[in-house]
Design a protein around this ligand. Structure first.
Ligand code: 3PG
Length: 206
């Protein structure tokens, strides 16, 4: 199994995190891990993000990656901060080649057949389907699975507790991602409860 696949199989949901206050990093990560969600995507959308990654790495059981990685320079910074995997909203040759050269598990975003074919040319077989709902939702991914059914996807963008189970029913959907689990106003208990509810919706083994 490719390292990115084993990360995708660790939990049914990857919380997409936008954290501005580094003091929140550990309590948030601890709450998510306690709720059963061990794979955490810290988006590089706040000045604190790299410090948040480093802090979350200290939480036992957490697998911490960087999201919103847009170029090789950010990739390098994220790896230096301790990121164990890299997520990008899109797929460019320069970023993909840098991730492959660094040997870091990499999950780039795709929303079309051409995006996927560019990824295949680079040897990639695991993709974030982004933005999942706005790109046509389940119907769009199902159509793409015609030619690309043996690839594996993590739909993100518009996924919630209410629709995640439908996505996870698809064999090619290994996990989903979403920001609904952690908002600024939430306390750790709330986050743990949302994580627990989401992790209980794990894909049934048929
Ligand atoms: C992402 O970066 O993957 C998305 O912003 C998450 O989308 P959501 O906020 O709709 O969950």
């Amino acid at each position: 199994m490719k390292p990115i696949e084993s990360i995708m199989r660790t939990a049914p949901v990857i919380p997409v995190l936008v954290i501005s206050d580094v003091a929140r990093a550990r309590p948030v990560a601890e709450a998510l891990v306690a709720g059963g969600l061990r794979v955490l995507e810290v988006t590089l959308r706040t000045p604190a993000a790299l410090d948040v990654i480093a802090e979350m790495r200290k939480v036992e059981g957490a697998i911490v990656g960087a999201g919103t990685v847009l170029d090789p320079a950010s990739l390098e910074r994220a790896i230096a901060a301790g990121a164990q995997f890299i997520v990008s909203p899109g797929l460019t040759d320069t970023l993909a080649r840098a991730a492959i050269a660094a040997g870091v598990p990499f999950l780039p975003g795709v929303a079309s057949a051409s995006d996927i074919m560019r990824g295949l040319e680079l040897g990639l077989r695991h993709f974030k389907f982004f933005p999942a709902e706005a790109s046509g939702g389940l119907a769009a991914l199902k159509a793409l699975l015609g030619p690309f059914g043996d690839l594996r996807f993590c739909p993100t963008g518009g996924i919630t507790a209410d629709n995640m189970a439908e996505w996870l029913m698809l064999e090619s959907v290994t996990c989903v991602g979403g920001s609904w689990l952690v908002k600024d106003a939430m306390d750790p208990e709330q986050i743990r409860d949302l994580a627990r509810a989401a992790s209980n919706l794990a894909k049934p083994t048929v």
